[in-house]
Design a protein around this ligand. Sequence first.
Ligand SMILES: Nc1ncnc2c1ncn2[C@@H]1O[C@H](COP(=O)(O)OP(=O)(O)OP(=O)(O)O)[C@@H](O)[C@H]1O
Ligand SMILES: [Mg+2]
Length: 256
Amino acid sequence: MISSSPLIETSHLIKKFGDKIAVNDISFSVNGGEVFGFLGPNGAGKTTTIKAIVGLLQPTSGAVKVAGYDVQLQPMQAKASCGFVPDTPNLYMKLSARELLRFVGDLYELKPEKISERGDELLRLFDLAEVRDDLIDSYSHGMKQKIALAAALIHDPKVLVLDEPTVGLDPKSARLIKDMLRQMADRGAAVFLSTHILEIAERMCDRIGIIDRGNLVAVGTMDELRAMGKGERSLEDIFLALTGGAEAAEITEVLK
Ligand SMILES: Nc1ncnc2c1ncn2[C@@H]1O[C@H](COP(=O)(O)OP(=O)(O)OP(=O)(O)O)[C@@H](O)[C@H]1O
Ligand SMILES: [Mg+2]
């Protein structure tokens, strides 16, 4: 069943690194059933926000809840509800895919039968069944991305957070992941992903948040963003208008 209560909620989230304000008072929520896309220029604060959501980084102030649990106050419950795929997965290279899934499944205290049943299913789905006993070290970049996603899904989380999930994936794998994220949301999960690929945001996300220099400058459906965008039609135009696209236009002047 699709739940309409927020599964991810940030409220007045602030993260400073020294004097630098990486995330500046951000509040938003993502409901079960939604795929939420997080866009922003390099250095805007996407990964920092994501790390606060998954409990890898302590906010300077403000709060984050995952599946109703406060990430700071109830970290175990929050983490148990959440799957996370980082931008550069730091996997245990000296494990095989099967060993990694067993290891991660054990961390989530899943029964061994459940781990092998679900693990086999995921390995098959991601086309990794044939190499499941090879060391992850020997995998290509895209294969590493896929095993990272499989590991994030082993406990069937209610909340899935992905930092640029399709970077380096071939079209078939990218489609597989997009379809899978949609299916998870349709089954009631909240999916939060950052991406630079505007076409992904436009086509697969129910709502989009745009962050620029730490500030959440827009949140809404594509139609809502278009309405904000003073006549801009494409997400690219809206994005550039909201995040200083004029500067990009100046480059053509410089290069002339
Ligand atoms: N550990 C850190 N120490 C100091 N500054 C940091 C740290 N992590 C991030 N920052 C700074 O915070 C800001 C936001 O960085 P963040 O990694 O969140 O950006 P991003 O939106 O994910 O960018 P990209 O699209 O390049 O991945 C940047 O100015 C970055 O230099
Ligand atoms: Mg990042």
